[in-house]
Design a protein around this ligand. Structure first.
Ligand code: COA
Length: 257
């Protein structure tokens, strides 16, 4: 399938999705969000896709935010609908995927860009990356999950400061905040993310999906994450992956998932 604003290539079980509007610093317009939804949904459906890496094209930006030119004249109800639809189609969709999603942050990750990276299951950044939620400088607030996911990742005080100042932090500050897991040079970014993907791919995709669901449950209102863990733990028993993983251990060989 060909897209207008994104590239999607699958190689050896790894699906790299690249947001490809470099002249607009990969800003997320409506069409890009829809294309991303389609690409992520295909990755989730395709059993041979074991990992998704999301990144931006060009040297400057991962994503410089939602496309400001599209919503500048919106009414209150259109604004609410923009956030609701975006969260449903892309940000919550990514966060809830059973296939691991890693964000490779190769430059500016601002507003909706940082929110997309935060919806991924974890993040790796190049040392050129700069991250922030500048929405209050535009007279609006983050609407794609930023007020919820940033405090979950960096703590309430740091999130409040980042949101209120609308400022940007550099990659090493993001590393010290726990917002990204690793910082490397631009050249090393995709190789490192692929190396981590390789380690993940040695493990059971079924168990990984169950673990993602259990971890996410702890952040859902009204859901007891410990109960979800018990259910997901029990659900693993009797599966082919569980049989293969335990048999391989007992036979002193590597499991083949
Ligand atoms: N929405 C729409 N267009 C955007 C955009 C966004 N979020 N971010 C960048 N662009 C466009 C610019 O309008 C410009 O387009 P043009 O060449 O047609 O004028 C192009 O991308 C390049 O951006 P420019 O601002 O010239 O680059 P810069 O290097 O001077 O500045 C940034 C980089 C990231 C600091 C700056 O682009 C910026 O502040 N962007 C908006 C960030 C933001 O507020 N995001 C949150 C949105 S809710």
């Amino acid at each position: 399938m060909s897209y207008t604003n994104i590239l999607s290539e699958i190689d050896d079980g790894i699906n790299i999705i690249t947001i490809n509007r470099p002249s607009k610093l990969n800003a997320l317009n409506k069409e890009t969000i829809e294309e991303l939804h389609t690409a992520f949904a295909k990755a989730e459906e395709n059993a041979s896709t074991r990992i998704v890496i999301i990144t931006g094209s060009g040297e400057k930006a991962f994503v410089a935010g939602a496309d400001i030119s599209e919503f500048a004249n919106f009414s209150k109800s259109q604004g609410a609908e923009l956030a609701r639809k975006g969260q449903e189609l892309l940000f919550d969709f990514v966060a809830e995927m059973g296939t691991p999603v890693i964000a490779a942050i190769n430059g500016f990750a601002l507003g909706g860009g940082l929110e997309l990276a935060m919806a991924a299951h974890f993040r790796v950044a190049s040392d050129t990356a700069r991250m922030g939620l500048p929405e209050v400088s535009l007279g609006v607030i983050p609407g794609y999950g930023g007020t919820q996911r940033l405090p979950q990742l960096v703590g309430k005080g740091r999130a409040m400061e980042m949101i209120m100042t609308a400022g940007m932090i550099d990659a090493n500050t993001a590393l010290s905040y726990g917002l990204v897991n690793h910082v490397v040079s631009s050249e090393e970014l995709l190789p490192l993310v692929k190396k981590i993907a390789g380690k993940i791919m040695r493990n059971s995709p079924m168990a990984i999906a169950a673990a993602i669901n259990a971890v996410n449950a702890g952040y859902e209102n009204g859901v007891d994450g410990f109960d979800t863990e018990i259910e997901e733990f029990g659900g693993c028993f009797g599966t082919n992956d569980f049989k293969e993983g335990t048999t391989a251990f007992l036979e002193k060989r590597k499991a083949r998932f």
